[in-house]
Design a protein around this ligand. Structure first.
Ligand code: BTN
Length: 310
């Protein structure tokens, strides 16, 4: 009510509209102030809210969100271990439910690494229940990478799914699933975006960056997350309808790995090749020194000369 009112709104009008006492209104106003809204109160005129105060909450994300599936339910935590774990704990929630945390105390990265997750980043997980095969789930990670890269100016994708800004990692994606051999129960796609982080610990600063470090601008988290969710829905619905084929041209354009020398580690052996394409199945197509083309499914691929890490 306060956000859609042009000027002051009297406590009496609010209490009548909501059927609660004036004291209850006053208590809720204080609760909103605790959430970060700036609300002026005047004895004669009532309450006035500052419309562009930055608040990070499920309500603010929803208010900026125009989607059908993604974010139908939003679970918001001031602090949780990991949003991927929260999503798995709530696997009965709706398809498209989003789990967001201000802080993660045990944020997880790929390959068992930890993920630094303080309050200046955007950490969330999508609970998805698509009608696809377990073998196709890795494509959701590529779709998510494409969706994030589309909303960060100048970002590219290091195959399969690291989002890179100015040669450093700005976003990571950890997709997990629960399935039988041929049938999928659910997918949790966890996305961590270094949005407003001011600086990284020394051991990460040559590998990691943030949107703030690269642009000098702070971005409101709720609006930003809503735009990521909208972008995800856009590509995800194309993917569900047409498969990765429907996204592949845009993915190729964003994929900074293509045309680069890569080193492939397979079965403990490492060799050099050139990355030439991404296949409709999401594999990286590499060209060996003898001209042979091969598809790389998984395993660590390091892009030489592009990043300070592998
Ligand atoms: C990577 O190693 O690149 C993947 C990092 C994924 C981090 C995100 S943050 C939200 C979600 N919760 C987690 O614990 N991890 C993912």
């Amino acid at each position: 009510m306060l956000l859609s009112s042009d000027g002051y709104l009297s406590g009496e009008d609010i209490s009548e509209a909501l059927g609660v006492s004036r004291t209850a209104v006053w208590k809720h106003i204080n609760k909103l102030r605790e959430e970060g809204y700036k609300i002026t109160s005047s004895t004669n005129r009532g309450y006035l809210i500052e419309k562009n105060a930055e608040v990070y909450s499920a309500f603010e994300i929803k208010r900026n969100l125009h989607t059908e599936l993604i974010g139908r339910e939003i679970y918001f935590y001031d602090e949780t271990l990991s949003t991927n774990a929260a999503a798995k704990d709530c696997r009965e929630a709706a398809d498209g439910a989003v789990f967001v945390a201000v802080n993660q105390t045990g944020g997880r990265g790929r390959l068992g690494r930890s993920w630094v997750s303080g309050e200046d980043g955007v950490w969330f997980s999508l609970l998805l229940k698509p009608d696809i095969l377990p073998a196709e789930v890795s494509l959701i990670t590529l779709v998510a990478g494409l969706a994030v890269s589309a909303v960060i100016d100048g970002a590219g994708i290091k195959w399969p799914n690291d989002i890179i800004l100015s040669g450093k990692k700005v976003c990571g994606i950890l997709t997990e699933m629960s399935s039988e051999v041929t049938s999928l129960n659910y997918v949790v796609c966890g996305i961590g975006i270094n949005l407003n982080i001011k600086e990284f610990p020394a051991e990460l600063s040559d590998k990691a960056t943030s949107v703030y470090i690269e642009t000098g601008k702070l971005t409101p988290k709720a609006q930003f997350l809503a735009s990521v969710l909208e972008s995800f829905e856009r590509y995800y619905l194309i993917f569900l309808e047409k498969g990765f084929d429907g996204c592949i041209d845009e993915y190729r354009k964003k994929c900074i790995t293509l045309g680069k020398d890569v080193s492939i580690v397979r079965n403990g052996e490492s060799f050099q090749a050139k990355a030439v394409d991404v296949s409709p199945a999401g594999e990286l197509i590499i060209e060996r020194e003898n001209g042979d083309l091969e598809a790389v499914f998984s395993g660590e691929v390091s892009v030489r000369g592009l990043l300070g890490y592998s």
